[in-house]
Each structure stands twice: as C-alpha cells, then as structure tokens.
Design a protein around this ligand. Sequence first.
Ligand code: AMP
Ligand code: MG
Length: 428
Amino acid sequence: MRMNTLADIARSLPEYDPQSLRVDLARDFIARLLPRVSTTERVALRSALGRVLAEDIVSPINVPAADNSAMDGYALRGAELNPGGDTRLKVAGTSLAGGAAAQDLPPLHCQRIMTGALMPPGLDTVVPQEFTRSEGEFIVIPAGCVRAGDNRRLAGEDLARGQVALAAGRIVRPADLGLIASLGQAEVAVRRRLRVAILSTGDELRSLGQPLEQGCVYDSNRYTLWGLLQRLGVEVIDLGVVKDDPDALRQAFSEAAASADAIISSGGVSVGEADHTKRIMAELGEVLFWKIAMRPGRPMAIGRIPSGGRDAILFGLPGNPVAVMVTFYAFVREALLAMAGAQAQALPMLCAQSVKPLRKKPGRTEYQRGIVSRAADGRWQVEITGNQGSGILSSMSQADGLVVLGHEQGDVAAGDPVDVLLFEGLNG
Ligand code: AMP
Ligand code: MG
C-alpha cells in the first residue's frame, strides 16, 4: 500500500535539505505522503454542515422546475409591448405561487401574477405592479418600463437537471445545505471525520487544575490545537500531557497511532533537546527531523507510525506556543483537510499596506503577527504586534492574521504591500 518511503520522497525533491528546508518544499513533501480517508457515511442534511462531500451532488431536477415570475405584477407577451406609447392589456385572472398554471390567454390579455407563480403558457415577461396603472379590467403600461423577457425566472436557471450542483470534496457550507434541500435531498454522503490525536510532551508541563511548581508552565498547546482542530471539523482525541519518559512516550504515541489518522504532538523536537521524544518517534515509525527555513517554528518532525496495517501521519510540532500555531497554519491545516478528502481550502490572503517598516532576512519565510485595520483612505493596512517572540501567545491572540514574508523577501518599507494570512473575519 505504501507508495514511497520518506527517503524516496526526499530523493525526489531536488533541493531537499533537512537542515534548512524551504517552507514550500516542506509543504510539497508533506502533500506527497498523505493518505485520504476513504470510508463514507450517509448523514441527515443538517448534519452535513462542515463535512466533506464524498460524492458529487447531481441535480435530479431543474431548479426552478418551471418558468415562474420574479416579481409581483402582470405577466404578458413581450411582443405585445408598444415601444412608442402606452400598452393596454385586459387582465384575464390571477396566478398565485403554488397554484396551477393558467390557461392560454387570448391576444392583448395579461395575467396578474405573484412572485414564484408559474408563468402562463406563451407569456414571457412580467411588468412589476408599481409601473402599471389600473383602469377597471385593464392595466396600462407606459412605454420603456419593461423589456420582453424581463422579471421571469427560467426553468433550470439555478440548476439544470443532471448538472453537478456541488462537487465531491466540498466542505458543506450553509448555502450548500439550502442548495441540497432545493433538490429535495434529505441525506448526504460524506467522508468519515478525520481522527486527530493531540498530545503535549515535556516534564515542565502542568495540566489545568494542577498547582504550578517552580519552573513549570501550564500546557496551553493542547487548548490552542483543540480550537484549531474544531474549526476544521475533525474528531479530536486528546491524549493529554506526556512526561519525558520513554515508556510513557512510547505508550502515548502507540495509542495515538492506533486510534487516529493523524497525530499532532508539541514539544521535544528542538535541536539539543535532552528529552526522549525524538528517539521514541524514530523507534516507532519512519520519521524525519527537519529544520525549516522559517521563523518562528524551525524544528519540526514529520513521519508515519504504522498501526493495524495502516499509517498514522505524525506532525511533531515545536513546543513554543506561537510556533505551534504558525507551523499548524503553514503545514498541518491544509494537510489535514487533504487527508479528510477536502478540496484545497487555503485560508484567505489579504494584501495590506505595512504600517511600519519590517526587518526581514532573505533565505527564510517569516510569519509575523499582524493587526489589520482600515487606513484613513479606506484601504487595508497591517501593523505588527509588538513582541514577536515565539513564546508570546498574547500577541497571537491580538492578531488577525500572519504577515507572510516569503523566502526571498528582504526588508519591507512602511507603506509597502504585504500578504496577510487571515485566520479570523475582520471588523472593517
Ligand atoms: P520544546 O520545543 O519542547 O523545547 O519547548 C519549547 C518551549 O515551549 C519551552 O519553553 C516549553 O516550556 C514550551 N512548551 C512546550 N510545550 C508546551 C505546551 N504544551 N504548552 C505551553 N508551553 C509549552
Ligand atoms: Mg520540551
């Protein structure tokens, strides 16, 4: 089943350098080793929100099913409109939404019609009520207020029978729920949710509720990761804090591989780390330890741990809270979506003017936390949060997104445009 070993993939990438790996190359590498969830299940339409469509949704009907009116007004024959003056038509009857189609109308007749009502046969135009004047059984339409074909919805103009309404791999959104409902479909085939195990490693970590001894920190990464993963609609398996102890680590990673499609650990992959995490990862599976040409978040492990005839993909993230988030956005988020069977789902990238000059060394990709706002002229601008240290989680909390400064990019002058990877909506 396995196509390539990690070493094979590394060999196939021309500029692979694990000691200083370009961000784009690392992303490319990761994309090549991802298995996809293949199991599907049928769920009730509402439960499909946020799930990945397993099959194309093909429209079994025309939507709308028949020509109907887009306005409250009068249906008429466009050819009977008088271009040079008033048009006077006799009102034959009324068509209501949900009612039967009207009979054939004699010449120079019109039908009072409500929005959504079926167009009477042979009538192709609706003049809105407010443009007309009533004269007993007749209406008068002044010249030029409507053209032939106006205000009519055509059968199949939203979706034609046999048309792919939504493609497999789509993550179902609110509008999609409505679209699927408009086809009369009550159930949807979706892929099983991706299962992602998270764990934090480090002797200094304390869980919430425990006292904080000297030299210790509360484990925040599992909470951040939990939040990031909830947004992706995956099933999260929380394996807690694991001490820097070979047996505990071996057990935790084995359990993670057995229960999940992907494992995200944080901590213990840094250079010169005195702990056992790297050794245990390498013992259990095929793992590469990278230094990525990026900031923050240089060290990272990527691998697969076999379990029960398949592999769990391992993302060994650095421990620093900001580096966790940045590496998640840079490498993990889209990888998980691909594993879940979703079509590419990049976060939106906004081009904004940098308020301040930015120092940037060419030769690595930098992710600086930015606060986005509107400049006086209405354009988007971005200001870097004060302290860019990779332990400063409050700056991540303040930020609307990450200013992404590409590998080759040098210093940025104030006013220069920069790319901002948005992770939340903006208050313009
Ligand atoms: P490491 O990558 O294990 O060398 O950790 C780098 C830094 O991140 C250290 O200061 C750790 O204490 C901190 N750190 C590691 N894991 C966590 C965590 N789960 N929550 C908060 N801080 C962490
Ligand atoms: Mg550590």
